[in-house]
Design a protein around this ligand. Structure first.
Ligand code: ADP
Length: 404
């Protein structure tokens, strides 16, 4: 029997998201998640997408990731999709930080695990959780190839001029301080899909990808290769996000320490969890913000305006970085769904060749599509992202091809 299934795991500090895909046709067989791992009221939601099974939800204590994955395996078995099946070819893990080491998806061995561990100082929140997920999956299926797909990998092609902060080189190197970028799996997938939408090979097109979810980042992709991205050492840099500030004068931090008496941890929490849209207006959901804007709410209007202003600055900056732009692609929760954000982001940028067609922009669809008028020099596209499919595709390509 040919093994064509790939299980994709995205392990957070207290969550485990999963999808089981069949790579013979890209079909999703099951999706689900375990939340609040380690708490009394953990939640497991499992949805089989084949064989007529129904969505199941369970509450109750799930002590750790090991127990979570075993519970997921039990659910999959009920749908005859068990992880002991010979049809399972590999497990693909989303790993947030691959530093400068990992430029490609990588089959996991002890050395790879050790390097992901060495990168913990630059990804203290994410890499430990990703490691736990990998070790748990290895324990369950020690015989199966496990592949790490890194959020940073797509950005490792950035030239030094974009990746370096202008600080003392020795200090930067000693602490591995440089711009790594994140959401790489999404930027890779969406830039490729955008080229497809234009009927061209990725090597022929220059694309600005705007990944606007709760976290948000922009990237400049020249001929399929990332040349700049807005997130940096951590996902805090760049665009205004749901709860993160994005760019700010680093002196704000010293000011908050010296004048505001805040600790490093308090400032970290402020800038990552209580800033961005939620800091500006108390809401981080763009649907709610638009509803408030439509009712004339001034705080929500300010939050929307700051969000759009920053987005425009990045579109302008990346137009300059690329020199020639063929397309701008909007993706993720806000980018795929919020027509007013797309409209406002390109408003007034006709000199850059940008415009949206009101009617096309207001159509709702799950398909990649163009929303710019025919006359526009630069295509404006809406391209739904699919990080799990991309992780599964990369994982499968690696385990299917015999490697030395
Ligand atoms: P993440 O993966 O970063 O958690 P998503 O890509 O799922 O985020 O995006 C979530 C965000 O998308 C929500 O916080 C909300 O602001 C926005 N969003 C989702 N649906 C809509 C919609 N219909 N209109 C406007 N914004 C939306």
């Amino acid at each position: 029997m040919t093994s064509t299934r790939v299980l994709v795991l995205n392990s957070g500090s207290s969550s485990l998201k999963y999808q089981l895909l069949d790579m013979s046709d890209g079909a999703r067989l099951a999706v689900g998640l375990v939340e609040r791992i380690g708490e009394e009221n953990s939640r497991l939601k499992h949805e089989p997408l084949t064989g007529g099974g129904e969505l199941r939800e369970e509450f109750g204590p799930i002590a750790d990731h090991d127990a979570a994955l075993k519970a997921v395996a039990a659910e999959l078995s009920k749908d005859k999709l068990g992880l002991d099946s010979p049809e399972l070819a590999a497990i693909g893990h989303r790993v947030v930080h691959g530093g400068q080491t990992f430029t490609q998806p990588t089959v996991i061995d002890d050395e790879v695990l050790a390097e992901i561990e060495r990168l913990i100082p630059v990804a203290p929140l994410h890499n430990p959780a990703n490691l736990t997920g990998i070790r748990t999956a290895q324990a369950l299926r020690p015989d199966l190839p496990q592949v790490a797909v890194f959020d940073t990998a797509f950005h490792t092609t950035m030239p030094e001029s974009a990746a370096r902060y202008a600080i003392d080189v020795k200090t930067a190197d000693e602490h591995r301080i440089r711009r790594y970028g994140f959401h790489g799996t999404s930027h890779a997938y969406v830039s490729r899909k955008t080229a497809e939408l234009l009927g061209k090979d990725p090597s022929e097109v220059n694309v600005i990808v705007l990944h606007l979810g709760n976290g948000a980042s922009a990237s400049a992709v020249r001929g399929g290769v990332c040349v700049d991205t807005s997130m940096g050492l951590t996902p805090l840099e760049g665009l205004v996000m749901g709860t993160r500030s994005g760019d700010l004068d680093p002196a704000v931090i010293f000011h908050l320490m010296r004048v505001g008496g805040m600790s490093a941890d308090e400032i970290d929490n402020l800038l990552n969890k209580k800033s961005g849209l939620i800091g500006l207006c108390g809401d981080n959901d763009m649907r709610e913000i638009r509803r408030r804007v439509d009712e004339g709410d001034q705080e929500a209007q300010l939050a929307f305006d700051v969000y759009i202003h920053r987005l425009k600055k990045y579109i302008g900056a990346y137009s300059a970085v690329l020199g020639r732009v063929d397309a701008i692609a909007f993706t993720a929760g806000v980018g795929e769904n919020a027509a007013p954000v797309r409209e406002a982001a390109v408003a007034g940028l006709e000199e850059l060749g940008l415009a949206v067609d009101g009617e096309l922009n207001s159509v709702r669809s799950d398909e990649p599509r163009l929303v710019s008028p025919e006359y526009a020099r630069v295509a404006v596209a809406v391209v739904p992202t699919d990080e799990e499919l991309e992780i599964a595709t990369q994982t499968y390509a690696l385990v299917r091809t015999p490697h030395a």
